[in-house]
Design a binder for this molecule. Structure first.
Ligand SMILES: Cc1cc2nc3c(=O)[nH]c(=O)nc-3n(C[C@H](O)[C@H](O)[C@H](O)COP(=O)(O)OP(=O)(O)OC[C@H]3O[C@@H](n4cnc5c(N)ncnc54)[C@H](O)[C@@H]3O)c2cc1C
Length: 276
């Protein structure tokens, strides 16, 4: 295996144009355990991006927050602006793995791994996050919903890299919920994020809900959320969640359990925040 560790985007682009079948290594917390269990999938060329400092910052402006792809889960967890303005993301970082993994794993790796159970992804859906990608043809931006295309699948082309995750600021509050088979170091059986704003009368001004581990990609529960915004009652509308999910049976839970636990916890959470 050839190992290369660029320090700039320019070096990365130059190298990728000259080599085929490269595989990107960030924190390695997904990719390394996968190779350990199946050595046949080890790549020929490994590009370690951890030394690319330009991908490791959090920048703030009045309109948005720009999170570099190499930002670790620990850095997200302790960032005061993220805690205050993007609390679902902060909460998902708090409930992510254990301390060692949090210091190593990156936001870019979580998105590019594209697991339906990825804990950061539901929050990024409800914030309408935009993914900034760089490649030989320059930079481009794409919504998180278009970026993740299937289980472990993304819209990234072979010479492209995720450089930033951009979160537009809003007046919405947000919440994250994770259910695992134990309190910590657990892959989500289900997870979800809610972003919402209530008007002066305590009614929905906006409501976005995204749930993980209940479909091949994180699912936006738009049918249910729209029904609530139209003034329908949560007990009557909760069955609409079924329209937007297609959970499977696996070693962690059955599809029926995922359906019912998601609806029960969502109903409870919505009743906690809605006062109309
Ligand atoms: C013990 C343990 C516990 C875990 N707990 C959780 C948990 O609670 N919640 C959760 O969601 N996940 C969990 N994970 C999974 C993993 O830690 C996360 O998905 C993590 O965010 C991956 O980031 P990474 O930097 O380590 O990615 P890597 O393993 O380095 O890369 C993952 C994939 O993304 C690609 N990639 C990485 N960065 C980029 C980039 N900038 N541009 C393009 N492609 C890129 C790589 O090529 C690879 O395909 C856990 C893993 C372990 C081993």
């Amino acid at each position: 295996m050839i190992y290369y560790a660029p320090t700039t985007l320019k070096e990365f682009n130059k190298y990728c144009q000259a080599h085929d079948n490269i595989s990107i290594l960030a924190g390695g917390t997904d990719i390394l355990p996968r190779w350990q269990s199946d050595s046949s999938i080890k790549p020929k060329v490994l590009v370690d991006i951890k030394k690319m400092n330009e991908l490791n910052s959090i920048q703030y402006s009045d309109k948005e927050i720009i999170i570099g792809a190499l930002t670790t889960i620990q850095e997200l967890k302790i960032d005061p602006i993220i805690q205050q303005e993007f609390s679902a993301l902060s909460q998902s970082a708090r409930e992510f793995a254990g301390v060692q993994i949090r210091h190593r794993a990156t936001i870019g790796g979580n998105i590019c791994n594209a697991s339906p159970a990825g804990d950061l992804i539901p929050s990024l859906y409800v914030y309408n996050a935009v993914i900034e990608i760089a490649g030989s043809k320059g930079k481009k931006r794409i919504s998180i919903q278009k970026f993740i295309t299937g289980v472990g699948q993304t819209a990234l082309k072979k010479d492209e890299i995720v450089i930033n995750i951009i979160l537009p600021k809003s007046n919405e509050k947000s919440i994250f919920y994770k259910l695992g088979l134990r309190q910590s170091m657990a892959i989500s059986v289900i997870n979800f994020a809610i972003a919402y704003e209530l008007d002066g009368n305590g009614r929905w001004k906006s409501l976005k809900i995204a749930a993980g581990s209940v479909a091949p990609t994180v699912a936006s529960l738009t049918t249910f959320a729209n029904a609530l915004c139209d003034g329908n009652n949560v007990d009557e509308s909760i069955q609409l969640v079924d329209n937007d999910i297609s959970p499977i049976d696996d070693i962690r839970a059955s599809s029926n359990y995922r359906r019912s636990v998601l609806k029960n916890v969502l109903k409870f959470t919505i009743k906690e925040i809605y006062v109309g």
